[in-house]
Design a protein around this ligand. Structure first.
Ligand code: R5P
Length: 314
């Protein structure tokens, strides 16, 4: 058994259990409940003096809690561990909420991703281990080490099942072009970009397609699916341009609002998503989940033993 202490918040106990199983290290005792007025109450149930502590908590919404509840729970757990004299506290945040608010794109708006980084750091965090940050530069919002894992090895395993001559990797918007091109280069297959225009936080339109998809299998890769608009619109455009089939691989399945209904009515034949966020029940049959437990678990093990984690990117 490793000399590390793993704690889980309430956001995604199943993933925390899978990570703990991979590490052959139990989830440690803690009390997480509410006062009558809704305030979060945290109590660490074990002596953590001098221990290397990891708190697993995606800051997503979950069936019984909001994004803010889960964030606050993480902050209070970090504070409790710090005050209990843990040697090091690492937050393991498979989905980093508020990451899309990463810049001041118009006057008088906050940079909430930076605010969250400040809160975590001030709570006493030593390190952050996360997955596929919406914008890589969010690492720079922290003055502590940040490891931003990528789902690349998991997605490549899926993509390797296709003949490169018949495959096109599709970026659903200009922002994701670089990462999608790197998949296409690695696989030596086709590449296309959808020109997306966003009207509001929750509404976008796929305008134009750059690249050839006729008669080929298309794979759209993105970091987040929220309302599903980006993905469903891109898939429709690909189908109209003669794609043989359209699939998706997405890291974070937020599935907000009517996302499930949109996907159920879409042209997708398969929609792969990782378990960085617990899936709401009732999703359409095309959704298939792949687990990041081993990837995150191995990153925790390597962090604990001060080993390089760059091997996990290949
Ligand atoms: C945008 O830049 C992101 O990478 C996703 O494409 C976006 O958050 C998806 O949102 P929705 O599913 O609501 O279209």
């Amino acid at each position: 058994m490793l000399d590390l202490f793993i704690f889980s918040g309430n956001a995604h106990p199943r993933l925390a259990e899978d990570i703990a199983a991979y590490l052959h290290s139990p989830l440690r005792r803690r009390i997480l409940d509410r006062f009558a007025d809704g305030e979060i109450r945290v109590e660490i149930g074990e002596n953590v003096r001098g221990r290397d502590c990891f708190v697993i908590q995606p800051t997503c919404g979950s069936p019984s809690a909001t994004v803010n509840d889960n964030l606050m729970e993480l902050l209070t757990m970090v504070d409790a561990l710090r005050r209990a004299s843990a040697r090091r506290v690492t937050a393991v945040v498979p989905y980093f909420g508020y990451a899309r608010q990463d810049r001041k794109d118009k006057p008088r708006v906050p940079i909430t991703a930076k605010l969250v980084a400040n809160l975590l750091t001030r709570a006493g965090l030593d390190r952050l281990l996360t997955l596929d940050l919406h914008a890589g530069q969010i690492q720079g919002y922290f003055d502590i080490p940040v490891d931003n894992l990528l789902p690349r090895p998991l997605f490549l395993r899926e993509l390797n099942n296709f003949d490169p001559a018949e495959l096109v990797i599709v970026a659903p918007d200009a922002g994701s072009a670089k990462i999608n091109r790197s998949y296409a280069d690695r696989l030596d297959c086709g590449f296309a970009i959808v020109d997306k225009s966003r009207y509001s936080t929750d509404a976008s339109k796929a305008l134009t397609l750059i690249g050839e998809v006729e008669g080929r299998h298309c794979f759209i890769i993105d970091d987040i699916v929220s309302t599903g608009g980006t993905m469903v619109n891109a898939a429709r455009l690909l189908s109209e341009r003669g794609a043989k089939s359209v699939r998706a691989a997405v890291t974070h399945g937020v599935f907000a609002g009517k996302a499930y209904e949109k996907l159920a009515d879409s042209v997708f034949t398969e929609f792969i998503v990782t378990d960085s966020i617990p899936l709401r029940p009732g999703g359409p049959g095309i959704i298939r989940t792949i687990s990041v437990a081993k990837l995150m678990g191995e990153a925790i093990r390597r962090t604990h033993y001060d080993l390089s984690i760059s091997v996990l990117f290949n």
